[in-house]
Design a protein around this ligand. Sequence first.
Ligand code: MG
Length: 253
Amino acid sequence: MIELKSPVEIEAMRKAAQITAEILAEVSEKVRPGVTTADLDREAERLISRAGARSAFKGYQVGDATFPAVLCTSVNDEIVHGIPSEKQALRDGDIVGLDFGVEYEGFYGDYAVTVPVGSVDVESSSLMKVTEHCLYAGLEHFRAGERLGDVGAAVQAVAESEGFSVVRDFVGHGIGRALHEDPQVPNFGKAGRGRTLKVGMVLAIEPMINAGAPGVVIDGDGWTARTTDTRRSAHFEHTVAITKNGPDILTKL
Ligand code: MG
């Protein structure tokens, strides 16, 4: 069941989304060689309390597993859901995916970027650029009357035309009074298929694009998803409302 949001609710969601994006922008500024992923998580936690918000991720449960941090930090071959660690210092040439969400006044925002650490190789830089392009190519289809298959097909076409692959194991999602609502928003699919989009839907679209094969393996920590072939992966996300005028990117600063 997909909950449609009123214009008033969408404005309330914009507040949560803007806090999410502002904090993640500040945290991204701290990325440099030598900084640990735990340092980034601490900074995000400090900024959440300064904003009077609440983490969407810390304490999030899937089955028996509880996510222990406010930020997901996914380095190089880590795709998503990496756990920040004191032992994980960023090195020149790394790429790091930062995925972050807050709840504010009853609504959630969800946002992710992948950023370079120092100077990165050509493939990594292309992977990040293409993944961000995938995000925008997908959300361009967030219009009443288009279908989820149109969104997924657009993302997939951009990724595959560059020789990259789309992760199938994780998808985007509806968002609102819960972090994850219906429907699922796959980054692959066939144009003209799937659920029809309507004004008032608010969706988090989040392509995860691998440089090599699309396969995923989960670490022993129960969370960290990484590529099966150890090649790199990038991830970008926006929280987007479908309005009568088309997509309204609530996490856009
Ligand atoms: Mg998300």
